[in-house]
Design a protein around this ligand. Structure first.
Ligand SMILES: C[S@@+](CC[C@H](N)C(=O)[O-])C[C@H]1O[C@@H](n2cnc3c(N)ncnc32)[C@H](O)[C@@H]1O
Length: 298
């Protein structure tokens, strides 16, 4: 089975503009598709890749320009400093889960497979989806489904879960699916469960918090002229990246100097973001929600 098919591969690597002697970071190594293209363009340069999932180690290339760090990308800066790297020419992040994680039933990411409610990208992390479902109060569960899944009936979903878990613990994907069956809009089952599972996954892996932590460190590490290349897969992530690239903060608040000029650490290179063309979606349907944004540090 294929480990992953990289989305927007040509576009993202072109925008990264790899300098043969530059230092680059791929914070979401996965199947190594983006990394391989960066390595092909390097001569004396270096590529440092991060991933928190130990499974990716099967994809590590044999190349002395390459260094793999099995860590969450929230520890980007400390790890680079440890290896003597103080600044970088570019960083790429291709967020979310890999096909491998999604398609491996035991990982519990997909509602179509019955499996333990796990959803950890880092298999040794303490909190699983089952522990979130078991221990969060009704209001917090509702917030997760509303904020991370954009599910408008989040309160009813949370109420159903709390009711069901009083009768028996919800330990598997099937337990969760059947607990909320009564509140699924008819005809929209797939969309509903996809959003429900996405929301839980974002919470389990603290995806929004860690993305923010990484972006702040990336800004600090990039050289002037260095490029930040980010591929997102849902609107929450995309809004956060867009705001950060435009203003240097996550709210998108534009600060002006005495003369009224907008103060921003980046020059945005892709105003609306780049999405896959029909051909790519035809060959890789999972790329359909990808959006690439690129900014250059001033
Ligand atoms: C969409 S895949 C990347 C695919 C890769 N670009 C390729 O070409 O194969 C996302 C990967 O990022 C990893 N990941 C997601 N969030 C992470 C984080 N906070 N720290 C480290 N790795 C993370 C996941 O484990 C997964 O392997």
């Amino acid at each position: 089975m294929v480990y992953h098919i990289p989305a927007l591969l040509d576009e993202s690597i072109e925008w990264l503009r790899v300098l043969p002697d530059g230092v680059y970071v791929d914070v979401t190594f996965g199947g190594g598709g983006h990394s391989a293209e960066i390595l092909r363009r390097l001569k004396k340069g270096r590529l440092i890749a991060f991933d928190q999932d130990e499974d990716v180690k099967m994809n590590i290339p044999d190349d002395n320009k390459f260094l793999f760090i099995e860590q969450n990308f929230r520890f980007l800066k400390n790890n680079l400093l440890y290896h003597g790297i103080k600044d970088i020419d570019g960083l790429i992040a291709d967020l979310g889960v890999s096909f491998h994680q999604f398609d491996e039933p035991a990982r519990g990411f997909a509602f179509r497979h019955n499996a333990p409610l796990d959803m950890r990208m880092n298999k040794s992390a303490a909190i699983t989806a089952a522990s979130v479902i078991e221990s969060f109060d009704e209001a917090s569960l509702s917030d997760i489904f509303f904020n991370y899944g954009e599910l408008v009936n989040s309160r009813r979903i949370a109420r159903q879960i709390v009711k069901a878990r009083k009768e028996k613990p919800l330990l598997t994907t099937e337990d969760l699916v059947s607990a909320v069956r009564g509140v699924v809009p008819r005809g929209q089952e797939n969309k509903f469960y996809a959003k429900l599972f996405q929301a839980l996954r974002i919470q389990v892996n603290h995806e929004m918090e860690f993305l923010k932590e990484m972006l702040i460190q990336a800004l600090d590490l990039l050289k002037s002229g260095g490029r930040l290349v980010i591929i997102t897969y849902h609107s929450l992530e995309d809004r956060l990246v867009k705001n950060f690239m435009r203003s240097g903060n996550f709210e998108g608040l534009e600060e002006k100097d005495f003369y009224g000029n907008i103060q921003t650490p980046f020059r945005v290179l892709t105003k609306k973001g780049i999405t896959p063309g029909e051909e790519e979606i035809k060959n890789n349907n999972r790329a359909r929600s990808a959006r690439l944004r690129v900014a250059e540090k001033i």
